[in-house]
Design a protein around this ligand. Structure first.
Ligand SMILES: [Zn+2]
Ligand SMILES: [Zn+2]
Ligand SMILES: [Zn+2]
Length: 94
């Protein structure tokens, strides 16, 4: 069972319009993930740059939630486990 999500206090997305790194570089993304530790918005593993996964490796922020309007799920990179979206994060999602 994932123990990481319990200690998290979700923060608002830093770049609600899209992936933080892709917006800077002008790249495209497929889907977006929101880091619950710091509000980083990154692109998914189907995107060319996989910024959400890169963000997990450096620095270590274990839990992301989907930042897609029609999706509600979370993922812990450490436990490799699907999670429910914490109620505290719901107001920050699209
Ligand atoms: Zn975990
Ligand atoms: Zn990206
Ligand atoms: Zn983060």
């Amino acid at each position: 069972m994932c123990s990481h999500v319990a200690g998290l206090e979700p923060v608002p997305p830093r770049t609600p319009r899209g992936c933080e790194e892709c917006l800077k570089s002008g790249d495209r993304w497929v889907h977006l993930r929101l880091c619950l530790s710091c509000g980083h918005v990154g692109c998914c593993d189907s995107s060319p740059n996989k910024h959400a996964t890169k963000h997990f490796h450096h620095p270590t922020h274990p839990v992301v939630v989907s930042f897609e309007p029609d999706e509600r799920w979370g993922w812990c990179y450490v436990d490799e486990e699907m999670l429910e979206v914490p109620a505290a994060a719901e107001p920050y999602l699209r």
